[in-house]
Ligand binder design. Structure first.
Ligand code: BQF
Length: 291
Protein backbone atom coordinates (compact mmCIF):
# COMPACT_ATOMS: atom_id res chain seq x y z
CA UNK A 1 0.00 0.00 0.00
CA UNK A 2 1.15 3.59 -0.56
CA UNK A 3 0.20 6.09 2.11
CA UNK A 4 -1.72 9.35 2.01
CA UNK A 5 0.00 12.17 3.89
CA UNK A 6 -1.54 13.85 6.90
CA UNK A 7 -0.15 17.37 6.64
CA UNK A 8 -0.03 19.27 9.92
CA UNK A 9 -0.18 22.64 8.21
CA UNK A 10 -3.49 21.68 6.53
CA UNK A 11 -5.13 20.14 9.59
CA UNK A 12 -3.98 23.07 11.74
CA UNK A 13 -5.54 25.52 9.27
CA UNK A 14 -8.87 23.70 9.72
CA UNK A 15 -8.58 24.10 13.50
CA UNK A 16 -7.57 27.76 13.17
CA UNK A 17 -10.84 28.52 11.33
CA UNK A 18 -12.68 27.62 14.56
CA UNK A 19 -10.12 29.30 16.83
CA UNK A 20 -10.28 32.59 14.90
CA UNK A 21 -14.05 32.73 15.43
CA UNK A 22 -13.64 32.10 19.16
CA UNK A 23 -10.87 34.72 19.42
CA UNK A 24 -13.08 37.27 17.63
CA UNK A 25 -15.99 36.47 19.98
CA UNK A 26 -13.73 36.95 23.02
CA UNK A 27 -12.48 40.26 21.70
CA UNK A 28 -16.02 41.42 20.93
CA UNK A 29 -16.88 40.66 24.57
CA UNK A 30 -13.87 42.69 25.78
CA UNK A 31 -11.30 39.94 26.40
CA UNK A 32 -8.07 39.89 24.40
CA UNK A 33 -6.80 36.31 24.88
CA UNK A 34 -3.19 36.39 26.06
CA UNK A 35 -0.49 33.71 26.09
CA UNK A 36 2.91 34.16 27.75
CA UNK A 37 5.96 31.99 27.12
CA UNK A 38 8.93 31.92 29.48
CA UNK A 39 12.25 30.93 27.93
CA UNK A 40 15.19 30.34 30.28
CA UNK A 41 18.61 30.22 28.63
CA UNK A 42 19.61 30.15 24.97
CA UNK A 43 19.07 26.61 23.71
CA UNK A 44 18.76 27.13 19.92
CA UNK A 45 15.98 24.55 19.45
CA UNK A 46 13.97 26.08 22.30
CA UNK A 47 14.45 29.53 20.76
CA UNK A 48 12.92 28.25 17.51
CA UNK A 49 9.98 26.61 19.31
CA UNK A 50 9.26 29.78 21.32
CA UNK A 51 9.45 31.89 18.16
CA UNK A 52 6.94 29.52 16.47
CA UNK A 53 4.54 29.97 19.41
CA UNK A 54 4.84 33.76 19.57
CA UNK A 55 4.46 34.10 15.80
CA UNK A 56 1.28 31.98 15.71
CA UNK A 57 -0.22 33.95 18.61
CA UNK A 58 0.36 37.20 16.76
CA UNK A 59 -0.99 35.77 13.50
CA UNK A 60 -4.22 34.84 15.28
CA UNK A 61 -4.56 38.30 16.82
CA UNK A 62 -3.95 37.13 20.37
CA UNK A 63 -1.79 38.93 22.91
CA UNK A 64 1.64 37.35 23.06
CA UNK A 65 4.23 37.92 25.76
CA UNK A 66 7.73 36.48 25.48
CA UNK A 67 9.75 36.47 28.69
CA UNK A 68 13.43 35.70 28.18
CA UNK A 69 15.52 34.95 31.26
CA UNK A 70 19.26 34.18 31.33
CA UNK A 71 20.57 30.62 31.80
CA UNK A 72 21.88 31.76 35.19
CA UNK A 73 18.32 32.40 36.46
CA UNK A 74 17.78 30.82 39.88
CA UNK A 75 14.83 28.61 40.68
CA UNK A 76 13.57 31.31 43.06
CA UNK A 77 13.68 33.92 40.31
CA UNK A 78 11.80 31.65 37.92
CA UNK A 79 9.20 30.77 40.58
CA UNK A 80 8.72 34.50 41.21
CA UNK A 81 8.04 35.03 37.50
CA UNK A 82 5.54 32.16 37.51
CA UNK A 83 3.79 33.72 40.53
CA UNK A 84 3.66 37.06 38.71
CA UNK A 85 1.99 35.48 35.65
CA UNK A 86 -0.40 33.51 37.89
CA UNK A 87 -1.55 36.87 39.30
CA UNK A 88 -1.70 38.79 35.98
CA UNK A 89 -5.33 39.02 34.76
CA UNK A 90 -4.21 39.91 31.21
CA UNK A 91 -2.39 36.58 30.87
CA UNK A 92 -4.92 33.75 30.45
CA UNK A 93 -2.42 31.00 29.75
CA UNK A 94 1.33 30.59 29.93
CA UNK A 95 4.06 27.99 29.72
CA UNK A 96 7.66 27.54 30.72
CA UNK A 97 9.61 26.22 27.73
CA UNK A 98 11.28 22.87 28.51
CA UNK A 99 13.93 21.64 28.99
CA UNK A 100 15.11 23.96 31.78
CA UNK A 101 18.76 24.43 32.77
CA UNK A 102 19.96 21.56 34.98
CA UNK A 103 20.10 23.59 38.20
CA UNK A 104 16.32 24.20 38.07
CA UNK A 105 13.81 21.61 39.30
CA UNK A 106 11.27 21.29 36.45
CA UNK A 107 8.72 19.57 38.65
CA UNK A 108 8.74 22.40 41.20
CA UNK A 109 8.20 24.93 38.42
CA UNK A 110 5.33 23.00 36.81
CA UNK A 111 3.69 22.53 40.23
CA UNK A 112 3.81 26.30 40.78
CA UNK A 113 1.74 27.12 37.65
CA UNK A 114 -1.92 27.95 38.33
CA UNK A 115 -3.72 24.93 36.78
CA UNK A 116 -6.28 27.35 35.23
CA UNK A 117 -3.43 28.99 33.24
CA UNK A 118 -1.53 25.79 32.41
CA UNK A 119 -1.38 26.10 28.60
CA UNK A 120 0.88 23.03 28.26
CA UNK A 121 -1.38 20.88 30.49
CA UNK A 122 1.65 19.61 32.43
CA UNK A 123 0.36 20.42 35.96
CA UNK A 124 -0.48 17.23 37.91
CA UNK A 125 -4.06 18.43 38.51
CA UNK A 126 -4.62 18.79 34.76
CA UNK A 127 -2.87 15.49 34.01
CA UNK A 128 -5.19 13.81 36.54
CA UNK A 129 -8.30 15.41 35.10
CA UNK A 130 -7.28 14.26 31.63
CA UNK A 131 -6.67 10.72 32.87
CA UNK A 132 -10.14 10.43 34.44
CA UNK A 133 -11.76 11.80 31.29
CA UNK A 134 -12.69 15.23 32.68
CA UNK A 135 -10.10 17.40 30.96
CA UNK A 136 -9.88 21.20 31.25
CA UNK A 137 -6.95 21.17 28.80
CA UNK A 138 -5.14 18.53 26.75
CA UNK A 139 -1.37 18.40 26.22
CA UNK A 140 -0.69 19.95 22.82
CA UNK A 141 1.19 17.16 21.05
CA UNK A 142 -1.18 14.26 21.84
CA UNK A 143 -4.17 16.57 21.26
CA UNK A 144 -2.70 17.46 17.88
CA UNK A 145 -2.34 13.78 16.97
CA UNK A 146 -6.00 13.16 17.94
CA UNK A 147 -7.11 16.13 15.83
CA UNK A 148 -5.23 14.71 12.82
CA UNK A 149 -6.92 11.32 13.21
CA UNK A 150 -10.36 12.87 13.70
CA UNK A 151 -10.18 15.32 10.80
CA UNK A 152 -8.93 12.67 8.39
CA UNK A 153 -11.72 10.25 9.36
CA UNK A 154 -9.40 7.67 10.89
CA UNK A 155 -11.32 5.36 13.19
CA UNK A 156 -9.86 4.66 16.63
CA UNK A 157 -12.67 2.62 18.23
CA UNK A 158 -11.69 -1.02 18.53
CA UNK A 159 -8.31 -0.43 16.89
CA UNK A 160 -4.95 -1.44 18.33
CA UNK A 161 -2.86 1.67 18.97
CA UNK A 162 0.80 1.09 19.81
CA UNK A 163 2.63 4.04 21.37
CA UNK A 164 6.42 3.79 21.37
CA UNK A 165 7.67 6.04 24.18
CA UNK A 166 6.32 6.86 27.64
CA UNK A 167 7.34 10.44 28.34
CA UNK A 168 5.08 12.65 30.47
CA UNK A 169 4.80 15.05 27.54
CA UNK A 170 3.87 12.66 24.72
CA UNK A 171 3.72 8.89 25.34
CA UNK A 172 1.80 8.77 28.63
CA UNK A 173 -0.85 11.37 27.77
CA UNK A 174 -1.17 9.93 24.23
CA UNK A 175 -1.98 6.52 25.72
CA UNK A 176 -4.35 8.10 28.26
CA UNK A 177 -6.34 9.89 25.54
CA UNK A 178 -6.48 6.88 23.20
CA UNK A 179 -7.90 4.67 25.97
CA UNK A 180 -10.72 7.09 26.93
CA UNK A 181 -14.34 6.10 26.48
CA UNK A 182 -15.43 7.53 23.13
CA UNK A 183 -11.97 7.11 21.62
CA UNK A 184 -12.01 3.43 22.52
CA UNK A 185 -8.64 2.26 21.19
CA UNK A 186 -6.87 -0.76 22.64
CA UNK A 187 -3.56 0.70 23.74
CA UNK A 188 -0.09 -0.79 24.08
CA UNK A 189 2.73 1.40 25.39
CA UNK A 190 6.22 0.19 24.50
CA UNK A 191 9.52 1.41 25.91
CA UNK A 192 13.24 0.93 25.33
CA UNK A 193 13.16 -2.38 27.26
CA UNK A 194 10.20 -3.87 25.38
CA UNK A 195 11.01 -7.36 24.11
CA UNK A 196 9.99 -8.37 20.59
CA UNK A 197 9.07 -4.78 19.68
CA UNK A 198 8.69 -5.42 15.91
CA UNK A 199 6.25 -8.25 16.63
CA UNK A 200 4.15 -5.89 18.73
CA UNK A 201 4.29 -2.94 16.36
CA UNK A 202 3.29 -5.20 13.45
CA UNK A 203 -0.05 -5.70 15.23
CA UNK A 204 -0.67 -1.93 15.38
CA UNK A 205 -3.51 -0.42 13.37
CA UNK A 206 -2.26 2.96 14.59
CA UNK A 207 1.46 3.28 15.34
CA UNK A 208 2.67 6.35 17.20
CA UNK A 209 6.43 6.86 17.36
CA UNK A 210 7.70 9.11 20.15
CA UNK A 211 11.15 7.68 20.74
CA UNK A 212 13.59 10.42 19.81
CA UNK A 213 15.71 8.23 17.52
CA UNK A 214 15.98 8.98 13.78
CA UNK A 215 14.80 6.09 11.59
CA UNK A 216 13.84 3.94 14.58
CA UNK A 217 10.60 2.66 13.01
CA UNK A 218 11.53 0.60 9.94
CA UNK A 219 9.20 -0.90 7.32
CA UNK A 220 9.44 -4.41 8.81
CA UNK A 221 7.84 -3.03 12.02
CA UNK A 222 4.72 -1.79 10.22
CA UNK A 223 1.59 -3.71 9.21
CA UNK A 224 0.35 -3.14 5.68
CA UNK A 225 -2.31 -0.42 5.80
CA UNK A 226 -1.37 0.89 9.25
CA UNK A 227 -1.68 4.57 10.23
CA UNK A 228 1.79 5.84 11.19
CA UNK A 229 2.15 9.01 13.29
CA UNK A 230 5.69 10.32 13.66
CA UNK A 231 6.15 12.50 16.75
CA UNK A 232 9.96 12.52 16.45
CA UNK A 233 11.71 15.90 16.22
CA UNK A 234 15.36 14.99 15.70
CA UNK A 235 17.91 17.41 14.26
CA UNK A 236 20.60 15.56 12.30
CA UNK A 237 23.73 16.79 10.54
CA UNK A 238 23.29 17.28 6.81
CA UNK A 239 26.21 18.97 5.05
CA UNK A 240 24.07 19.29 1.87
CA UNK A 241 21.46 21.46 3.63
CA UNK A 242 21.99 25.25 3.94
CA UNK A 243 21.92 25.15 7.76
CA UNK A 244 24.16 22.09 7.91
CA UNK A 245 21.38 20.14 9.62
CA UNK A 246 17.76 19.14 9.09
CA UNK A 247 14.76 17.84 11.01
CA UNK A 248 13.85 14.14 10.79
CA UNK A 249 11.32 12.01 12.63
CA UNK A 250 11.54 8.61 14.31
CA UNK A 251 10.21 6.83 11.21
CA UNK A 252 12.10 5.65 8.13
CA UNK A 253 9.66 7.70 6.06
CA UNK A 254 10.66 6.64 2.53
CA UNK A 255 10.27 2.91 3.24
CA UNK A 256 7.31 3.09 5.65
CA UNK A 257 5.20 5.29 3.36
CA UNK A 258 5.03 2.38 0.89
CA UNK A 259 3.31 0.24 3.53
CA UNK A 260 1.15 2.60 5.58
CA UNK A 261 -2.34 3.85 4.66
CA UNK A 262 -1.68 7.23 6.29
CA UNK A 263 1.61 8.76 7.43
CA UNK A 264 2.71 12.09 8.91
CA UNK A 265 5.87 13.70 7.51
CA UNK A 266 8.62 15.45 9.48
CA UNK A 267 8.80 18.39 9.20
CA UNK A 268 5.23 19.53 8.53
CA UNK A 269 3.40 16.76 10.40
CA UNK A 270 2.78 16.68 14.14
CA UNK A 271 4.98 19.75 14.85
CA UNK A 272 2.57 22.36 13.44
CA UNK A 273 -0.28 20.58 15.28
CA UNK A 274 1.56 21.00 18.58
CA UNK A 275 1.67 24.76 18.05
CA UNK A 276 -1.98 24.75 16.93
CA UNK A 277 -3.29 22.89 19.98
CA UNK A 278 -1.25 25.11 22.30
CA UNK A 279 -3.18 28.03 20.81
CA UNK A 280 -6.40 26.08 21.40
CA UNK A 281 -5.48 25.76 25.09
CA UNK A 282 -4.76 29.50 25.33
CA UNK A 283 -8.14 30.33 23.79
CA UNK A 284 -9.88 27.87 26.11
CA UNK A 285 -8.14 29.39 29.15
CA UNK A 286 -9.34 32.86 28.09
CA UNK A 287 -12.89 31.57 27.55
CA UNK A 288 -12.92 29.95 30.98
CA UNK A 289 -11.54 33.12 32.62
CA UNK A 290 -14.09 35.37 30.93
CA UNK A 291 -17.25 33.58 32.09
C1 BQF B 1 7.41 21.22 11.79
C2 BQF B 1 9.65 20.07 21.00
C3 BQF B 1 11.13 18.27 21.54
C4 BQF B 1 11.39 18.83 22.80
C5 BQF B 1 10.79 20.01 23.16
C6 BQF B 1 6.68 22.81 13.56
C7 BQF B 1 7.57 22.69 15.79
C8 BQF B 1 8.41 21.65 15.39
C9 BQF B 1 8.36 21.18 14.09
C10 BQF B 1 7.58 23.19 17.17
C11 BQF B 1 8.75 20.77 20.10
C12 BQF B 1 8.42 20.20 18.75
C13 BQF B 1 8.21 22.00 20.50
C14 BQF B 1 7.50 21.76 13.18
C15 BQF B 1 7.35 22.83 19.60
C16 BQF B 1 7.23 20.90 18.13
O1 BQF B 1 7.08 21.99 10.87
O2 BQF B 1 7.63 20.02 11.60
C17 BQF B 1 6.70 23.27 14.87
O3 BQF B 1 7.74 24.38 17.37
N1 BQF B 1 7.37 22.34 18.25
C18 BQF B 1 8.53 22.49 21.81
O4 BQF B 1 8.06 23.56 22.20
O5 BQF B 1 9.33 21.81 22.61
C19 BQF B 1 9.93 20.63 22.26
C20 BQF B 1 10.26 18.87 20.66
Amino acid sequence: MAADLILGKEVAEEVFVDLRKRIDALKAAGTLPGLAVILVGEDPASQVYVRNKVRKCEELGMRSVKIEMPASTTQEELLAKVAELNADPAIHGFLVQLPLPKHIDEKAVINAIDPAKDADCFHPVNVGKMLIGEPDFLPATPAGVMEMLKRRGIQTAGKHAVVIGRSNIVGKPMAAILMQRGVDATVTVANSRTENLPEITRTADILIAAVGKPGFVTADMVKDGAVVIDVGTNRIDDPSSPKGSRLVGDVDFEAVKEKASWITPVPGGVGPMTICMLMANAVRAAERASR
